[in-house]
Write a protein that binds this ligand. Structure first.
Ligand code: GLA
Length: 369
């Protein structure tokens, strides 16, 4: 892949710039789109997997630093085994046994995670080249990404047209809106898989970040990390984040669920309906605060348990276990095989929609306990 240093930058609008990022193994061009708002906040997105490769957020002294994990070598985004920053689909998270039945027909998926299908199979939306359009005459810089997934791709039924809008607003929030339509009944569950480290130093573990999740229940998992179907109250468990606490406060406890996932890798059932706040994360030293708002019923909080130091990080060290966390808004994992979970079926004539916002600000004294 070409080196990013030699980019020729061509300006297409005041607020979105396009540059060359590299090429795929089969010769497709990877472009980088830089969205900038009036405050100087910058987000870089590539057309490979709709990946956010960089996101600058302000600290309490007004310094802008990158807060998303990524690779140092652009070529590593092709494989992207950790799904850094990607749009994940057609079905994020796990489908037990890599199979489901729809309209009386059994479908067998790519079992790319032991016995399960994970993140839409080995070649999911996160690894595809998307069509990108820079929307004109919008209030804020907006990118429109679309991907056409053929009937039978990764063994999912239905020709599926997916559109994702990234909008960088002036309140320093990044809005991600999803839409999809199919010509055959199928299952769909999309998310954004960015790993955050609000310290701006990717060698510092995220266990000192204070997290609040607005959820009274979470979904316990079995040994292959698939929800058992139980909705367990968080009250009196290490999974209660209603009152903000550091990620590290309870993570090292000898708890069956924490041991199973080597940390947190669970879905919380977000209180309320409609577009509402699901979670907030505060990093006291930098003063950075991130809020997550969503229309989705669930939030997967993943504490970066599989990060294994294989890749360099942007700060010069390695991306080790717990140097980043994900807050993935989504429907529940394995819903195709759990009738009492909210439905993830999309039928012809229907429109799938979903919206999530990650909002960044800085505050000197928040949650000082
Ligand atoms: C998700 C899952 C994790 C893991 C990562 C990718 O967040 O919940 O179990 O598979 O993706 O490494």
């Amino acid at each position: 892949m070409e080196n990013r240093e030699i980019n020729i930058t061509e300006s297409t609008s005041d607020t979105i710039e396009v540059s060359n990022f590299g090429i795929t193994k089969d010769g497709q061009t990877i472009n980088c789109y830089t969205l900038k708002n009036k405050n100087g906040m910058c987000v870089e997105i590539i057309n490979l997997g709709g990946i956010i490769t960089s996101l600058l957020a302000p600290d309490k002294n007004g310094n802008w630093e990158d807060v998303v994990l990524g690779y140092v070598n652009p070529e590593d985004y092709l494989e992207n085994e950790y799904y850094y920053g990607a749009i994940v689909g057609r079905y994020v998270n796990r489908i037990a046994g890599g199979k489901f039945t729809i309209d009386g027909k059994d479908y067998f998926l790519d079992k790319n995670d032991k016995t399960n299908a994970l993140h839409g199979g080995g070649e999911g939306f996160s690894h595809k080249i998307w069509d990108v359009e820079i929307l004109q005459n919008t209030e804020f810089p907006t990118l429109r990404l679309s991907y056409f997934s053929k009937d039978g791709e990764q063994n999912f039924p239905g020709n599926l047209t997916t559109t994702v809008f990234y909008t960088l607003k002036d309140d320093n929030s990044l809005e991600i809106s999803y839409e999809a339509q199919t010509d055959k009944s199928t299952f769909i569950n999309l998310t954004q898989h960015s790993y955050f480290n609000l310290s701006g130093n990717f060698s510092e573990p995220i266990i000192d970040h204070k997290l609040q999740i607005h959820a009274d229940k979470f979904l316990p998992i079995n040994s292959s990390l698939v929800p058992t179907g139980e909705r367990r109250p968080v009250h009196n468990t290490f999974f209660d984040f209603n009152k903000p606490k550091t990620i590290g406060e309870d993570i090292f406890n000898d708890d069956e669920q924490l041991l199973t996932a080597s940390g947190y890798d669970h879905t919380w059932i977000i209180e309320g309906l409609g577009f509402r706040k699901a979670a907030s994360v505060y990093h006291e030293k930098s003063g950075r605060l991130m809020e997550v708002w969503t229309t989705e019923p669930g939030l997967q909080f993943y504490s970066g348990n599989f990060l294994d130091g294989k890749f360099m990080n942007k700060s010069g060290g390695k991306n080790e276990k717990r140097t980043g966390f994900c807050l993935e808004t989504q429907h529940f994992p394995n819903s195709p095989n759990q009738d009492d979970f909210p439905s993830t079926v999309l039928k012809p004539g229907e429109k799938y929609t979903s919206k999530t916002i990650y909002k960044f600000s800085a505050n000197k004294n928040l949650w000082k306990l």
